[in-house]
Design a protein around this ligand. Structure first.
Ligand code: MG
Length: 275
């Protein structure tokens, strides 16, 4: 359950884990990288229960985000100890995240070790698409939950075991709202925004564009057919986050992808040497 958005997290399925979700949490596995109890998600049922006071709801929300931050910090330590670059890919549904990821993997898998955690409410379709590239991938189904959290990712790491010095892509559930509030322990949030969406998304969803370090403006091959104002979109993104970097790419035509790869290589090299 998540008071940030009111979604339920009782149906979470982490592939490779017999995990009955936020309701029972009978953890009989080691959790070698988490030195604390798993009481995450056991808050009172029904955040929006009638009669619950505003201050009580704010308290629950703070507790949930506080616990998430602990799990995220444990994940971050785990990544740092291994020189793993973890990127949290966030976007609306349909921005082309999985296609962009598949192309990135095909183009870079020969030069760096890669793995993927896929978040979706239902189906393992995206993890299967990633696995077809030969790279290891693990699916998390969040059920009614609209975002991944630090706890789910911690479980996924135990099974996936990304190798030291590798790049781990975490493809979040398609949603520009709640994933902004849930740190997963990543080094950077990368927002994917496609030109088939509105150019004002950065100011409609400022928390996400404030939290992201990089925007991949995807599907630019379609620009001739659309009314999308690229410069206006970039101006909006900088308005909510002056330091944000924006790269124009097309995962289908390949245009602009080398700029993304350049960013990835430079960021991965800094991570591997502990910067
Ligand atoms: Mg996807």
């Amino acid at each position: 359950m998540c008071t940030v958005c009111g979604c339920a997290e009782g149906e979470v399925q982490v592939e490779g884990h017999d995990h009955s979700g936020g309701k029972t949490h009978n953890h009989d596995h080691g959790h070698s990288h988490h030195g604390h109890e798993h009481d995450y998600g056991q808050g009172p049922a029904g955040a929006h229960a009638p009669g619950m006071s505003q201050s009580r709801m704010v308290q629950i929300e703070e507790d949930i985000l506080g616990k998430n931050n602990q799990y995220a910090a444990a994940n971050r330590r785990w990544f740092n100890e291994r020189g793993i670059l973890a990127l949290n890919l966030v976007s609306s549904p349909g921005s082309g995240k999985t296609t962009l990821l598949t192309r990135t993997i095909e183009d870079l898998k020969a030069e760096m070790a890669l793995s993927v955690i896929e978040g979706d409410q239902q189906t393992a379709n995206d993890a299967e698409r990633i696995r077809s590239t030969g790279v290891k991938a693990l699916q998390i189904n969040t059920g009614k939950g609209c975002h991944l959290d630090g706890h789910m990712v911690g479980h996924a790491l135990e099974t996936l075991q990304p190798e030291s010095g590798s790049v781990l892509f975490i493809e979040n559930v398609g949603n520009l709202v709640c994933p902004a509030a849930f740190d997963l322990g990543e080094a950077h949030k990368v927002a994917i925004l496609s030109v088939t969406e509105g150019e004002d998304k950065p100011i409609k969803y400022p928390d996400m564009f404030h939290a992201a370090d990089l925007v991949l403006l995807n599907k630019i091959d379609l620009l001739p057919h659309l009314q999308f104002d690229v410069e206006q979109c970039i101006e909006y993104a900088r308005r909510v986050n002056p330091g944000i970097k924006v790269l124009k790419v097309s995962a289908t035509s390949g245009e602009g992808m080398p700029l993304w790869y350049q960013w990835l290589r430079a960021t991965q090299q800094m991570t591997a040497v502990g910067l």
